[in-house]
Structure formats: C-alpha cells, structure tokens
Design a protein around this ligand. Structure first.
Ligand code: HEM
Length: 126
C-alpha cells in the first residue's frame, strides 16, 4: 500500500513536530534570525510553522482553520528578509531536516520546496 501524501510517507505529525522543534532550537541561537522574531516566546511561531507545513504536505488543515489563507509573503512583509536572512533560515532548516533522516525521494522533495519557499519569501536584496 503506497502512502498517499508526503505527510503520511514521512511519518505524519511526530516527524513535523521534531523537524520544526529542531529548527526553532537553531533559530533561538542564531544571531541573524533570533532578533527578527518579535515575540520573546518562540513557541507560537513554532506551532504555526509546524501546522503550515503539515497542511502543505497533505496533513490536517488545522493551519487554515486557525489562521485563514496562508498569504505567507504578506505575513513576512513586516520583516526584512534578504539573502543573509534566507541563508540563515535555510541553514537552520537544513540541520533539522538532515537530522530527521528522511528517506528519498521524500527528503529531496521536501528540501526543494523549502529552498524555493525561502527564496520566494525574500523582500530585500541587501
Ligand atoms: C512567521 C521569519 C521563511 C513560514 C514568521 C515570523 C517571522 C518569520 C519573523 C513571525 C513569527 C510569528 O509567527 O510569531 C522568516 C524568515 C524567513 C522565513 C527570516 C527566511 C526566508 C519562511 C518560509 C516558510 C515560513 C520559507 C514556509 C515554508 C512561516 C509561517 C509563519 C511564519 C507559516 C506564521 C504565519 C502566521 O500564521 O502568522 N516567519 N520566515 N517562513 N513563517 Fe517565516
């Protein structure tokens, strides 16, 4: 029986929970990224990213029930995201994804998307 979604194929919610938690552990220690996050508590941001990624990859649609249409570029407009911020975000995410040890071809599909998404979130070129 072939899994129907990447969400299911890589282990569902527990996998996304570990990846996003590991990602925010890196963000918390990153001197480029940490100051960009307006809240002292990164917990709510962690939950939003986890729910968004779960929804994007075919899991429960809880993100949109709670937050509405993602409109991610608009939601990132308040933050200056240039090449430095993009690269820092991808560095943190790369650690989280690599440590999860996801099987191919799922790891590559997930990573290609994250790279594309991080590029598309840029709104500054300095
Ligand atoms: C929210 C930074 C890329 C998904 C945020 C927030 C910041 C931020 C500061 C607000 C934190 C909060 O919700 O309290 C960045 C930076 C990026 C980046 C510097 C560098 C490229 C991405 C990418 C994705 C993403 C590539 C998706 C694949 C989200 C989501 C939220 C969010 C889902 C919460 C939106 C909401 O419902 O309000 N991001 N982000 N971000 N980001 Fe990013």
């Amino acid at each position: 029986q072939t899994p129907q979604t990447l969400y299911e194929a890589i282990g569902g919610e527990p996998t996304f929970r570990r990846i996003v938690s590991r990602f925010y552990q890196e963000v918390a220690a990153d001197e480029v990224l940490r100051p960009i996050y307006p809240e002292e508590d990164l917990g709510p941001a962690e939950e939003r990213l986890r729910l968004f990624l779960m929804q994007y990859w075919g899991g429960p649609q809880t993100y949109s029930e709670q937050r509405g249409h993602p409109r991610l570029r608009m939601r990132h407009a308040p933050f200056s995201i240039g090449p430095v911020e993009r690269d820092a975000w991808l560095r943190c995410m790369r650690i989280a994804v690599d440590e999860e040890g996801i099987a191919e071809p799922y790891r590559q599909r997930l990573w290609d998307y994250l790279e594309m998404a991080a590029h598309s979130m840029m709104n500054s070129w300095v």
